[in-house]
Design a protein around this ligand. Sequence first.
Ligand code: BGC
Length: 765
Amino acid sequence: MTEQEAMQRVLQPTSDPAWVLNVDGYDPLRESSIESRFAISNGFLGIRGARAASRGARWVVPARTYVAGLFDVSGTEHATPGLVPAADWLRVRFLAAGEPLLLHPGDVSSHRMTLDLRRGALLSRGSRLKAPELGLHAQTLRLVSLSDRAIGLQLIQLEVESGAIDVTIEASFEGVELGLIADRLDQDLGVWRTAQSGKHLAMASEPSLQIDGRVQPPTTLGKLTWSWSWKCRPGQIVCFQRFVAVVRSDIPDTDPGREARDRLQGALHLGWSGVFAAHEAAWTKRWHHSGVEVDGDAAAQRALRFAIYHLTSAANPADESVSIGARALTGDDYHGHVFWDTEIFLLPFYVLTWPEAARALLMYRFHTLPAARAKAARMGWRGALYAWESAATGAEMTPEEVLGPDRQVIRILCGTQEQHISADIAYAVWQYWHATGDDGFLLEAGAEILLETARFWASRATLEADGRCHIRGVIGPDEYHEHIDDNAYTNVMARWNIRRALDIAAALRERWPACWTALAGRLRLDEAELKLWRSVADTLIDGLQPTTGLFEQFAGYFGLEDIDLAKYAGRTVPMDVVLGRERTQQSQVVKQADVVALLGLLPEEFKGETAAAANFRYYEPRCSHGSSLSPAMHGLVAARMGDTEMALRFFHRTADIDLADTQVATDGGIHIAALGGIWMLTVLGFTGLSLRDDGIDIDPHLPGDWHSLAFRVQWRGRCLKISIDQDRQIAEPTLEAGEPMMFSVRSKRHELRQGAGLQVSTAHP
Ligand code: BGC
């Protein structure tokens, strides 16, 4: 096969329509949400799905390349630090007889952009560039390698359909002075630094061009600019390829230029087909471990593939200094900041399908412990209070004010009051350890996070005259209500955090006494303090009403105005805009899952036959889903309770956030937490999967149309495939790697061994 034929092959997207997302033509109003949806990323580099070729001389490309961890603070007072866009390395211009060719996608009805989910690549076909004397047909591909995250690849194949004139292709970088300070711009390399955060970025690049199989040397060269001029003729095939190698350095005064050049050489040595093959193999491996197959519901299958595609794109197991922002690397809403979204909505996916990625995300929290300790100390408490919005160092990044929908300045209190983040992180640490059995992580980092967050809660709660401990002046997940006392979610999670820390202290003392002595010594943790923690946990008020079994969301919530949300069913704006902030605060309208989130995370706290259902029935109708995180959490709980129809409605509602053109804004990036929520709802909700000490339990309630569902999970070093056949009412677990374990359906246990097939009935007795 000639190189040209090989390139022609990879420029064809995966033929199975269930693995691709297409967009035809061009719609200026939808373009920026399409850019988010069609973004490609490898957890280090993220590139929005903007068109590959520029539309003329003066067309400015919006920022579209993000580099994980490349945060900076602008010099402006009160400016919020955020991700700074890197230069756009994909810029290409065509000139016919010296005049730029305008490739306006709107001019070509046949233009199709395809996101190939299976191979993690963005392709375009059907673009026809027309000048009076020239017709070109273009096909393009771009990827950022999942196998070597520093590397990006761009391929363009042009077929000259008509014309015999002088043409030029110019490849360059756009926005070299956009957000970073250029230290040096060489012909093949740019090195930049951030204005204030002390980071460096190097991008080395090499494009090349072949005409009818023969390599053409560039006609002119400039700083990060290459151009080729020749006389074209009909039938000519022009293949353009460009590599980029990107290196971020966090050490001030270092120049990562040499490393970028070395990485580039490595990629050039492999060639575009070698880079492509390694990338494709990395994606195949990830799909093997993380893919979820639904038979019977094509829309659900598509939603799951799209979610898993972005979840896979968002993480980087090799970099412990970064985590995943609320829009991953697909847009700049929330400035790339990291929220509880990662620990609560994303970690379950990573823990159970890609534990290396989960570990790196939690190590980011370990490395940012000093900042969390500093925040707690600054506010007068002990232990670790994590930033509500976190970036490179873990310092608090939440903006202090924003402009509201009515253009009024609104004070944002989350940076000081939304403290449940510390318990959310502790929760994720515990889930990871419990699911993986990674004792090394526990000893190196996990135990310290659990102990320091527990210490925070013990100092944060105050013993009052009623003999109970209270946590006053917080914001729960429902951010419509600020400065509230005793938020049930916060307090129950805090109590759980303290108790797990006590468990860990006991486990360390028993199993790793030397580690315990060293850690307790370093943290100055003594018996008296552990005793205090125990008494705080035992006396912390949790808002549970014994008569009804309901948790009161916070002190005084039940006395607030009860508003029937059904009456506002057709609204197109959030409820706090409909009612106004003040009335919303005085009402029971909830922004997002709060007590319901507690039910999703700690179902065992809802004791007795009816408590879970009673709480869900109370809070679900009062929730206005003012956050994209909310529907999936409700769906998870509904699915576990067996209300499959309602759960499926929440599933589709969540899927629509990024896939349909709903009112939710996707211009600023995809909603990665909602995508994590889709996986949670499916694997933890519809299958009712839970982790036990000896194995895995399921309690499936699949939607009516789903004939079967199949997926893999990793548990304590084992790899397990689970297929659930709804039509035959059986589950078939297969242990593909690892020691025997238990598999149970609604607590009925079976031993599972490698090589021994098992079929278990899922029928309700
Ligand atoms: C939600 C938070 C969330 C943040 C980032 C907010 O609107 O209320 O819970 O962490 O968005 O996704």
